[in-house]
Each structure stands twice: as structure tokens, then as C-alpha cells.
Ligand binder design. Sequence first.
Ligand code: S3P
Length: 443
Amino acid sequence: MTALSSGSSRPLRGRCRVPGDKSISHRALIFGALAIGRTRIRNLLEGDDVLRTAAALRALGARIERGRDGTWTVHGVGTGGLVEPMEILDLGNSGTGARLLMGAVATHPFATFFTGDDSLRRRPMARVIEPLTRTGARFVARDGGRLPLAVVGTTSPMPIAYTLPVPSAQVKSAVLLAGLNTPGETIVIEPIATRDHTENMLRYFGATIDVTMVDDGGKRITLVGQPELKPADLTVPGDPSSAAFPVVAALIRPGSAITIEGVGINPLRTGLYQTLAEMGARVTFAKERTAGGERVADIKVKAGELRGVEVPATRAPSMIDEYPVLAVAAAFATGRTVMRGLGELRVKESDRLAAIADGLRKCGVTAAIEGDTLTVDGKGVPPKGGAVVAARLDHRIAMAFLVLGSAARKPVRIDDGETIATSFPGFIRLMNRLGARIAKAKR
Ligand code: S3P
């Protein structure tokens, strides 16, 4: 356990880059492993979550190396070419790694055993077990569909058409990954659109995938099975979910002005930025461009007053990981912020709804949960702070409360900052270089 404290920061100033996108990094490694030949990946997120996926793919037969210049090379085994791992795959803290790989191995004819840390072993896997069972795979899991679990992959995979019962890019991706080694067409229907990095990358690696719009903003995705995936070169954009922390820190510390370069701005990931704009924040995208099939921009932020807003439930999938830090912004705003449709936050790395509300209250902020709605009352002045907040093995809870501490009246401590390295290695250094004061807490 490493306790951290965050005291009143100087105005944040300067330019920085955040590490590569976590979702895209996992997928780049997985699709690289399923292509035939050599894939090169620049700016891969070297956080624990992604390194666990790399280790798991090695155990499944792919050769993966990191060059001295930081470029990663994946020697893929081809669709259907994974081999039975000798060891239990331990995905650490990573729901994405676990769920996507469960999809990939479900249609390979061997047994794979999965486990993870205390947080991941509490998270629901039934949401992927259910559709993957329909392809012919079998599962033996703990009560409630929890890890550790075993997947017995099918020798004769069946293509399925599956409508997502919860808006989840991880479930969508697990089904599509199973569909890769399945003859015929695998279809996923998502009533509410979720991040589409899997679809973008499948196309980029040469698969035949068709996406049509259905009803109000939903999608029907059709993947033609057993393609020969071609290796690709790609550069992973900066992670908009990581950029969110310095962005909010700059907004709430008067006098701040920062630029974060090369951040992914896929519209299915930028709900936070839309919400901050509605709150009156001075956040703009500059130098918009396309790289590796994804939109990228430099994000410019200037501190300023924020006002409370209503965030509709329909926006949740495009900012699902950003509610902890949005709630911090709301605590500094004037007026009430109402965030609806947050049921999925209960099954993230921690119960984030409870973690956010408890942490805010400890810091002197009025916060309430009613059903799936979180309400935060901001007074337009910095909250008291001065509390120790439990990070609950959740990197985003840890970073959000360090951001709160950087502009609160008294320093904020978190009990454990070790999970920050799952998604944002170098977070403390980057923040402090901009002007924050985050340090190991003295006992
Ligand atoms: C992710 C999807 C989201 C998100 C997670 C990463 C992905 O989860 O919370 O951090 O890479 O597909 P769900 O798809 O379960 O909502």
C-alpha cells in the first residue's frame, strides 16, 4: 500500500502528453496476436493492465517484444492459431483484458483458466459467459459468474446474433473476438452505441465488418468470420480518460492554462468534454487529425468558473470512466450537477457510485445517490478537503481525489495509490511537473 497526499497546487501550466489509450492498447495487442505476421505498435500504454494482456497473449502462443525505442512488436499466430496456455492467466485489475481474452479463447478448442486481483475477482463475468456459451464454449465459474473461472473452448463454434442487454464495449468485443474464429456471420446489436475501437481495429487489420445504424443511436455490427487478419502498424493515441485528470485539475485551479497533446477524441469517448463545455469550461480541441483509424487532437484548457448541469443517461457510455473526475469538477461548480443512468458504475474496478459519494462527503461536499442517479451540490468555492479517502483498488477513484486535493482548502490523502499504474504510469510526475503537489503521505 502506498498512501499519497495532494496539497494545494500552483496554477497548472505547460504542455504534456498522457500515456496511450488503454482500450486501444489492449486491442492492438490482441488483434496483432491474431494477425499473420508482424504488427508494430507505438505509444502502447505500458500500464499494468495492458502488460497483463501482453503476458496472457504470450502464454497463448504469440511472440511479443518491446524494442529499446519503446515500439512493441507482436508476431501474430493468425485467426484460430492460439495455443493452450500452460499457466493460469492472471489479468490483475483488468476487466477489459479478462473479458476480451475470454471471447478470443471461447472459440479455440482448449481449456483456459482466468484469475485476477481482489477487485477483478468481485466483478461480474456472467455478461460475457452468457453470449459466449451460445457459441458452444463451456464455463466453470465461481458463484455469480466470478473469477477464477475456466473456459473450455468449443471445437465447432456457432455464429450468434446477440443483442447487448447492457451497453458494454467489453461484451460487444468479447462476442466479436469469438466470432473471429467462427464460420459465418457473427452479429452484435447494441441498442446504445459504446466505444467502437474493436470495430475500427478489425477493419484496420483487414476483416470484413459492416456497421449499420438501428433505431435511436443503436448499431448492428456484422463480422464475417475466419478472416485472414493482416498485420498493421499503428500509433496509439493519448487516452482521453487519462487526460481527464489534468484537464479537471487545471479547470479548478485558478490561473491554470495547459495543453495536452495527441489525445484520442473518438466521439464515443468524449462525453466528459461535452459535459465540461456545458458547465462553462474553457476546453477546446486544436489540430484535429486522424491517426491509425482514430481521431486525435491537442486539448487546451483554461481555468474558470463552472456551473452545475444535468448529464443525461444517454451520455453515460461515452464517458463511463469519467464520472469520478466529473463529480470532482461538480464539487467546485456553482449549483447542482445531476448525473443519471450510472448503474454500470457499481460494477467497475470498485462500486464507483458509493466510492465517489463517500469520498466527496468526507471532503465536505454534499453528494447523494438515488437509484442510479448521483447528485453533487457545488457552492462555487473550493470544498474543505482534509480527509483520507479509500481508493478501493480503483485507479480512477485514487486519481480523482488527488485532483480534488490539489485545489481544496486542505490536503487530501488516499490510502493507496498503487493501482494508478494500471492505467496512468507517471501520473504523479506529470501532474507535479504541471504544478501539482502530490507526494507519498507521511505516516
Ligand atoms: C472498456 C469499456 C468500458 C470501460 C473500460 C474499458 C473497453 O467498460 O469502462 O474501462 O476497453 O472496452 P464496459 O464496456 O464494461 O462498459
